[in-house]
Structures are given as C-alpha cells and as structure tokens.
Design a binder for this molecule. Sequence first.
Ligand code: FAD
Length: 150
Amino acid sequence: MIHQLVYFSRNTVPGDDRVMLTNLREILSVAQRNNVRDGITGFLIFDKTWFVQILEGERIKVTETYTRIARDTRHSGASIMNARDVTDRSFPDWSMGGAMRSVEVQEIYLQHGIGSSMDPSKLNSTKVLQLALDLQAFDTAKRHGQRRAG
Ligand code: FAD
C-alpha cells in the first residue's frame, strides 16, 4: 500500500518573481535529494501565494516528511486536504516535480476551472491530483520537445 497525502499552505518565500523562483529551486533540490532517499514521490504546485503538494510513499516516511515540511518557516498554515492509502503511485517517476503558475500553464488551470487566483481551501484533493497530473504531462511534453529541438 502507498500512502498519499495532499496539503496546502501559504507561500511565505520572500523575493520578487526571480528571487522566489531561485528559492523554490533550492527547496525542490533538497526535496528531491531527501525524497529519493526516503522513497517519496509527488508534485508541488505553487504560485506567489500558495503551495499545494502531493506526497506519496511508505506511510511512516510520508508522515515524517510532512512533519518536517510543516515546520518549515518558508510557508505557513500547512493544512492537510486528504491522506489515504492507494494501490499505485500517481507520480512514480517524480521524486518531486514542481510547477510554478505561469502564463505558459494558464490554460491548464483554466481547464480545471481555476481562475486568475487559486484558492486551495476551495479545492478538493481529487481536483489537485488531476491538475498536478496535467501539469506533469505538460512538463514532460515540453522536455521531449526541447530534446528533439536540441
Ligand atoms: P538541511 O540540510 O537542513 O537544509 C537544506 C537547505 O535548505 C539548507 O542549506 C538551507 O539553505 C535550506 N533551508 C532549510 N530550512 C530552511 C528554512 N526554514 N528557511 C530557509 N532555508 C532553509 N523536504 C523534503 O524532504 N521533501 C519534500 O518533498 C519537501 N517539500 C517541501 C515543500 C515546501 C513547500 C517547503 C517549504 C519545503 C519542502 N521541503 C521538503 C523542505 C523541508 O521543509 C526541509 O527544509 C528539508 O526537508 C530539510 O532537509 P534537510 O534536513 O536534509 O536539509
């Protein structure tokens, strides 16, 4: 059994767009290193105001990781939307994928009925999973395109 936890929190990472992105890359790189070690996979969706993250793996590892993340001062008010056992991972190949809301992926948010500002307290975990899978698919297609172009 795989444990899958979805939470949202308020982004308190400082800086303008560029500085924030640099800080987020740093968070993702530490997350990826730890998650490979702990057998955790998942996806982090973020904009200037919010984080929504999916963590999946062994229950004890997911709980440990979430406890560590929830104490991080780079966000606040971490709140679990859903935690459940599932048969399969949704993000088997991603130690932690991440997508910042940008003009490029605007259409994907709109397709999911999310307007100009996301309000995670109004989202449910099923919607979050679908959005994350679509953002992941977009990212994968883009990378393949770049490889072909290069
Ligand atoms: P450390 O060696 O303690 O820290 C690694 C680096 O992170 C440090 O060099 C430092 O620059 C930076 N850092 C750590 N804490 C802070 C802080 N409070 N403020 C500023 N810089 C800091 N961790 C995971 O393992 N998996 C995840 O999936 C994951 N997702 C995250 C999602 C979000 C939205 C946030 C905010 C954090 C996430 N983290 C995740 C990071 C987590 O909160 C811990 O910082 C990290 O797990 C600590 O790992 P460590 O002890 O190996 O790193």
